[in-house]
Write a protein that binds this ligand. Structure first.
Ligand code: ADP
Length: 429
């Protein structure tokens, strides 16, 4: 596919976007270059549109005509607003402020848009991928080149793939759960009598089945996260008390491995995971409210915590909370092996695992952090890692902070909507 940058370069080459059109060397070649340019623009399947400074269409190639249903001759001379209409996935026409064909003249920046639908002349909606490149002369945007592509088939393929993964993992979870259950029964010495060698084999089979079950579960969750089907019911959550309780629930798993576990708020340190103030003093801590689904955040913290415990041989795991007026920040820190700098940017990609002796011996799917990132993005948050090899890792998460007043308003609205829910729907939820 031709990129928008390439087409911009062609415009410049042809003289159309050139500040100084009297460049003699260029003029000598102009006819030839012009012919080449026209050949390319008329042949490519992508839509190529040139807008002038007023947003009026000056060039509309046959590709654009085929995708949009507009006759190129008819479209030329009309405003982009009447020909290139975009709608979002809620069927709403883009407002002028969000319309990239208009905003490019203010921002002067190259932009890409993959989630818009183009309203064709006949009124149907077509998923398109759009790149808009401004032509800037003396700091003013004098024109813009739009390159767009019909991605309906690609989207349908993606959807089919996601549906297959969802259905397959859903269907396979059931027999795997049954096998895991029977293996657990076989290992239960109140139910069966087995010799040590058989126990050893069954324990291995049980661990592998658990891993497989986790893989299907993660695949299902990541497929849902990718196509926006993760269920989420955000409510105002006070992260201090929420994390304190969660740390208490998780503490056992860390201690079982001989790791010390602590919960830290701001600069004050609680000596134990229950978060009780030490030395009999009460530590007054700020209330850090944020709008999230607590069950989803539990998945994120549990995943980061499980990783911290899994990859740390000795030392401590800390769950911490801090923030400022705008942000609630929490983190999971460990004293484990750390993550090499070259791996850190890839950790949140699907199936990425650092290739070292730890990951070769410790089971995992490489999907946990990908899912964490998708969940954090649901609440307009950010997740990242800071780490040094040999010194441990800290995974941070920032969420937008609610003021106590905003949190109270949300809680009042939540209480009201629960009251209004019919008894039947409460019973079934
Ligand atoms: P996995 O199921 O492999 O743990 P994740 O997506 O949760 O998948 O993590 C991806 C990779 O990031 C892991 O395989 C591991 O290499 C690395 N990693 C994650 N957390 C830590 C940690 N606390 N310490 C060291 N490495 C980690």
């Amino acid at each position: 596919m031709l990129s928008g940058n390439f087409v911009v370069a062609m415009f410049k080459l042809s003289g159309l976007g050139k500040k100084n059109a009297h460049n003699t060397a260029l003029a000598a070649n102009l006819k030839n270059e012009q012919q080449k340019f026209e050949l390319i623009v008329n042949t490519i399947e992508d839509g190529v549109v040139l807008l002038d400074a007023e947003g009026v269409i000056q060039l509309f190639n046959p590709g654009a005509g085929k995708i949009s249903g507009w006759d190129p001759d008819e479209a030329c001379g009309l405003s982009s607003k009447s020909v290139l209409k975009l709608v979002d996935n809620k069927n709403q026409l883009y407002s002028d402020e969000a319309n990239p064909f208009l905003t490019v003249f203010q921002t002067g920046e190259v932009t890409k848009h993959d989630d818009a639908l183009l309203l064709t002349k006949s009124g149907s909606q077509l998923p398109v991928s759009i790149q808009i490149s401004p032509l800037v002369t003396n700091d003013t945007v004098t024109a813009a080149v739009v390159v767009f592509r019909d991605v309906e088939q690609e989207r349908a393929e993606e959807q089919r793939r996601a549906d297959f993964i969802s259905t397959a993992s859903h269907e396979m979870r059931t027999p795997v759960a049954a096998i895991e259950g029977y293996l657990a029964l076989a290992l239960n010495n109140k139910v069966t009598t087995i010799d040590n060698r058989a126990r050893n084999y069954l324990e291995k089979a049980h661990a592998s089945t658990q891993h497989l079950g986790q893989l299907f579960q993660d695949l299902l969750t990541s497929a849902k996260a990718e196509d926006g089907r993760l269920s989420s019911r955000p409510v105002a959550v006070e992260m201090g008390s929420y994390l304190e309780q969660l740390t208490g629930d998780l503490k056992f798993a860390a201690e079982k491995k001989g790791l010390f576990m602590e919960f830290v708020v701001g600069s004050s340190r609680n000596k134990d995971a229950s978060g009780g103030a030490t030395g009999g003093e009460r530590v007054v801590r700020p209330l850090y409210y944020t709008l999230v689904d607590p069950d989803r955040v539990r998945e994120v913290v549990t995943n980061l915590f499980d990783n911290a415990v899994k990859y740390t041989d000795s030392g401590k795991v800390s769950i911490g909370l801090t923030g400022d007026d705008q942000v609630v920040q929490f983190y999971v820190r460990d004293t484990g092996p750390g993550i090499p700098a070259e791996d850190a940017p890839h950790l949140f990609q699907k199936f990425y695992r650092v290739d070292n002796s730890a990951t070769r011996t410790i089971g995992g799917t490489g999907l946990g952090l990908f899912i964490c990132q998708k969940i954090v993005e649901l609440y307009h948050g950010r997740i990242w890692v800071e780490s040094e090899v040999g010194k441990g890792s800290t995974f941070f998460i920032n969420f937008p902070r609610l003021t106590t007043q905003q949190a109270a308003e949300h809680q009042a609205a939540e209480a009201k909507s629960t009251e209004l829910q019919p008894i039947n729907s409460l019973a079934s939820s």
